[in-house]
Design a protein around this ligand. Structure first.
Ligand SMILES: [Cu+2]
Length: 474
């Protein structure tokens, strides 16, 4: 199979070859040449150049840490080519995962069309087992719905099949396999589908920024690269578009811009997505746009398994605003489930005895886990820390489903280049109060506070740090 690298800064070249050059060889072939991209950076969105045969012009969606699949226009039909295949995905700097995806990446590229478009999607199966694609949320003929065994036989390895239907209603949708589904989704097979309205729609606002991502999760044993595909609930990597903090790009908006964020959940649990600093409304779901009189303000939206939520806000407050899943273990990197709670447990005698044998040993977790965000713990290769990320004022102590919404007065229109950290106006940041030092809380081991009930039987936890952290032990 021929591969074409998808250069984000040479979009016109790719687009020209695929969409606007009817005499090009690719345009005459029975199946469009697949386009592949492995770079995990957010791509400048792809806009079809001069396509008038189908659909009105639209403002393209920005796929967070992803990209949009170019199409070829053939006799008024938008033709796409998806290749289901093994991929190597960087989840964040320092960790790659061996996943399955589409066209070089997990998730696969975003498909973006206009209401009323006739769409033809070629699907080549380069996996070692059969697959299908289900077009979640679409109105389509039953034989195009992609449930293996029910709507079609599964696509055997090595074959290319074709789906064809009209994108009948505007909205936010997704695609994923409906064959060996638990395995194939646990391996990262999924993608977004955006259908823009053909006419100005009373319930669909024009926005200056339109972001989209899928929530997904993996269970990868620290040190390993391939997900455990039989895991049902105990996932340890909580991702947006197969990226985890600090690998998730920030969402950018200029002060006063109207912003839409489209989020779909293909994990096995719900995710309450929370944005700091402003309020939003849910303006649509995978069932369609929400009538304006049926909306209410929120700062957190719970997205259940298999749901999509489209939220909108006006970015009218400057700053760096946290945006994250509100389940606190979903904003952490991989951790062992066997770590006991040690807050309030006095390790001093034990640490002294251990240190006579090994001077570097230290106790961990006695005062909470925040130390872990600051120290460089020795980790297995290809493993991310539990808590990480440096902000302008120190460690952010996050991982997993966390990023930053950056609202700036001077951001250029449509710019996707990170403006750096926000400069707070003088005197507008929380500050210490002089001369008000509080005495430390009494140590619970000396009787002031009940230790957590789970701790008496818990084994002692110790980690050998790299140099320079001796001050943490007693
Ligand atoms: Cu979550």
């Amino acid at each position: 199979m021929q591969r074409r690298r998808f250069f984000t800064h040479a979009l016109a070249g790719v687009a020209g070859a695929l969409a606007a050059a009817p005499v090009a060889r690719a345009a005459l072939a029975a199946v469009p040449e697949p386009v592949s991209r492995t770079d995990p950076a957010t791509a400048v969105p792809w806009l079809p150049p001069g396509v008038t045969g189908a659909g009105r012009p639209y403002r393209p969606v920005v796929t967070l840490n992803g990209w949009t699949l170019p199409f070829r226009l053939k006799d008024g039909v938008k033709e796409f080519h998806l290749v289901a295949e093994p991929v190597v995905r960087e989840l964040a700097p320092g960790m790659v995962a061996h996943l399955w995806g589409y066209n070089g990446a997990s998730p696969g590229p975003t498909i973006e069309v206009v209401e009323g478009d006739r769409v033809r999607i070629f699907v080549t199966n380069r996996l070692p087992e059969p697959t299908t694609i289900h077009w979640h949320g679409q109105r389509l003929p039953n034989g195009m719905d992609g449930v293996g065994g029910l709507n079609q036989p599964p696509i055997p390895p090595g074959q290319t099949w074709v789906y064809e239907f009209v994108a009948r209603r505007p909205g936010t949708f997704m695609y994923h396999p409906h064959a060996d589904e638990m395995v194939q989704m646990a391996m990262g097979m999924m993608g977004l589908w955006i259908t823009h309205p053909r006419q100005p729609h009373p319930w669909i606002a024009d926005v200056e920024r339109d972001y989209a991502f899928l929530i997904n999760a993996f269970d990868i044993t620290p040190g390993a690269r391939t997900p455990n595909v039989n895991t049902m609930l105990d996932f340890n990597l909580w991702a947006w578009n197969s990226r985890v903090f600090p690998g998730i790009d920030p969402l950018l908006a200029r002060l006063g811009e109207r912003v839409r964020v489209r989020i779909g959940n293909l994990t096995m649990t719900n995710h309450p997505i929370h944005i700091h600093g402003l309020e939003f409304e849910v303006t649509g779901t995978d069932g369609g746009p929400v009538r304006p009189e049926a909306r209410w303000p929120e700062v957190t939206v719970d997205i259940a398994v298999g749901q999509m939520r489209q939220i909108e806000f006006v970015a009218d407050e400057e700053g760096d605003w946290a945006m994250h899943c509100h389940k606190s273990h979903h904003t952490m990197g991989p951790m062992g489930h066997g770590v006991p709670t040690l807050i309030g447990v006095d390790h001093r005698g034990l640490v002294h005895r251990l240190q006579r044998l090994a001077p570097d040993w230290m106790a961990m977790g006695e005062r909470g886990m925040a130390d872990m965000g600051a120290m460089e713990m020795p980790l297995p290769d290809n493993t991310l820390p539990m808590m990480t990320g440096q902000g302008p004022y120190g460690p952010i102590e996050m991982g997993g489903m966390f990023t930053v919404l950056k609202v700036r007065r001077d951001l250029p229109t449509g710019s996707l280049s990170d403006p750096g950290w926000y400069t707070q106006p003088p005197g507008s940041r929380a500050r210490p109060v002089e001369g008000q030092a509080a005495p430390p809380a009494p140590h619970p081991a000396h009787g002031a506070v009940e230790p957590p009930s789970a701790t008496p039987a818990a084994p002692f936890q110790a980690r050998k740090p790299q140099g320079g952290h001796h001050g943490h032990s007693h």
